[in-house]
Design a protein around this ligand. Structure first.
Ligand code: ZN
Length: 191
């Protein structure tokens, strides 16, 4: 899948909105991502997972498992793992820290792809990588459906994304869209 094909699938699903938005952080932006909406259709999730698995194999050795941070990454890990023919694990927060629960096990020396839906700063990917290495596993590559950092985030391992976006965000008082007279909306709200 090309970046254009990926982004058009996102737009048609309502997973990538263009306009004028207030993000959860309070910052304003001209684009808004809600990956759950593109993954809502299992056949789209499978196609994106297969495409990401292929990209990851170009930059890393064959993995023993795929792992993601919950909740946003779970379906991505599942579909990448399906395409790669390996296990799909997820790490989840307990007392604020990502951890393996539910009997998931990583054996020393096992190789992992760490995936996510969207990478912005890479914080939760990094935390998931630490879960893998903390258990004696090896992270061979990291990937996401979308890289919202414009390719700038460095994770210290080979990294890929199906689409790279450079989405500027603005404090409300500096927002050029506000200055042009438009009013920001909060996605998901009805107003
Ligand atoms: Zn604004």
């Amino acid at each position: 899948m090309t970046q254009d094909e990926v982004l058009s699938m996102f737009k048609q699903s309502g997973a990538l909105l263009e306009g004028h938005f207030v993000l959860t952080s309070g910052l304003h932006s001209d684009r808004y991502l809600q990956c759950a909406l593109v993954l809502e259709r299992p056949e789209q999730a499978a196609a994106l997972g297969a495409a990401l698995a292929a990209r990851l194999r170009e930059i890393g050795e064959a993995p023993d498992f795929v792992i993601a941070p919950a909740l946003g990454g779970i379906l991505v890990a599942h579909e990448v793992a399906r395409a790669a023919g390996v296990r799909a694990l997820f790490a989840e927060r307990q007392d604020g820290a990502l951890t393996l629960r539910r009997g998931f096990r990583i054996r020393p020396g096992e190789k992992a792809f760490v995936v996510e839906d969207v990478v912005t700063t890479g914080g939760s990917t990094r935390e998931t990588m630490a879960v893998v290495t903390g258990a004696g596993g090896i992270v061979v590559a990291a990937g996401s459906l979308i890289d919202r950092s414009g390719g700038k985030t460095d994770l210290g391992v080979p990294r890929t994304a199906l689409a790279v976006l450079d989405v500027p965000t603005y404090a409300a008082e500096e927002c050029p869209l506000c200055k042009a007279g438009s009013r920001a909306i909060k996605p998901g709200s009805r107003s």
